[in-house]
Design a protein around this ligand. Structure first.
Ligand code: ADP
Ligand code: MG
Length: 262
């Protein structure tokens, strides 16, 4: 494993169990991500992209879902083997994740400010006043000019794009070494998608964190990623640089995917 490898996934296998049958949904998946690199995972709906990221975070829905094999090396530790307490810390401090629909990740009964402050105070052991100040700065970083007002707002008062920017701000507030973004722009309209992508591009440069970008949109891949992993039926069927994948796709499925771009 090279020195600047942030995450190294090896032969990861995750299955769902019902009665006596085992359905593998992540089936012998291997890839790695380097510092400062954006790796895209693409593939049709149901190909196992989300389950791969949830497996990395050890958030596979239990009791039916289970990681049954493989390793996920992060910071020299195999996350598959860590206890819940360690994983809780990893999820708060080292790896951040943003999802497709940000509404479900924000608590409707607390203001944006309360949620940002609580997260910062919990993970960074700072005062409420400091947390408030950092919160304002974070919101400005993701493009809110009236950050003070946003802090006082409740999630339902914001548009989908605004909520996603809040989630990105929260995801970055702990300076994660790895950001996993699972279809971060799918629920947004096209102009807002472009804003969010610009923001992610800017932030990946500024913070030099590794990014795993999950998407079924190859346009997004071409804009943001340096390398692509293509999944099909729970397996990695192709891995290539962004240039190679567009110029000379090796797997028939990848070719089909490229041909389907309007
Ligand atoms: P993608 O993110 O690529 O659209 P997923 O990782 O969400 O795909 O799903 C991979 C497979 O796992 C699919 O076949 C899906 O039906 C199955 N799956 C997802 N969640 C569950 C669950 N809670 N129970 C059983 N099967 C599931
Ligand atoms: Mg998914």
């Amino acid at each position: 494993m090279s020195e600047d490898t942030v995450l190294d996934v090896r032969h990861l296998k995750t299955s769902f169990f019902s009665k006596k049958t085992e359905l593998p949904v992540v089936d012998d998946v291997s890839f790695s991500v380097k510092k400062g690199e954006t790796l895209a995972i693409v593939g049709e709906s149901g190909s196992g992209k989300s389950m791969t990221s949830l497996s990395i975070m050890r958030l596979v829905p239990s009791p039916n879902g289970k990681i049954v094999g493989g390793e996920v090396f992060f910071n020299g530790k195999d996350l598959v083997q860590q206890n819940d307490k360690t994983m809780y810390k990893v999820r708060g401090n080292d790896i951040s994740m943003i999802f497709q629909e940000p509404m479900t990740s924000l608590n409707p009964v607390y203001t944006i400010g309360e949620q940002i402050r609580e997260q910062l105070i919990y993970h960074q052991k700072i005062s409420k006043r400091e947390a408030h100040q950092i919160g304002i700065e974070m919101l400005q970083t993701v493009g809110f000019s009236r950050a003070n007002d946003i802090m006082k707002d409740y999630p339902h008062r914001l548009s989908g794009g605004m909520r996603q920017r809040v989630m990105i701000a929260m995801a970055l507030s702990n300076n994660p070494k790895l950001l996993i973004a699972d279809e971060p722009t799918t629920a947004l309209d096209v102009t807002v998608q472009a804003q969010i992508l610009d923001l992610m591009r800017k932030l990946s440069k500024e913070y030099d964190s590794a990014i795993i970008l999950i998407t079924h949109d190859l346009g997004v891949v071409a804009e943001l990623a340096e390398r692509v992993v293509v999944m099909y039926g729970g397996q990695v069927v192709e891995e290539a640089s962004i240039e190679d994948i567009f110029d000379d796709p090796l797997h028939p499925y990848t070719e089909g995917l490229l041909n389907s771009i309007p």
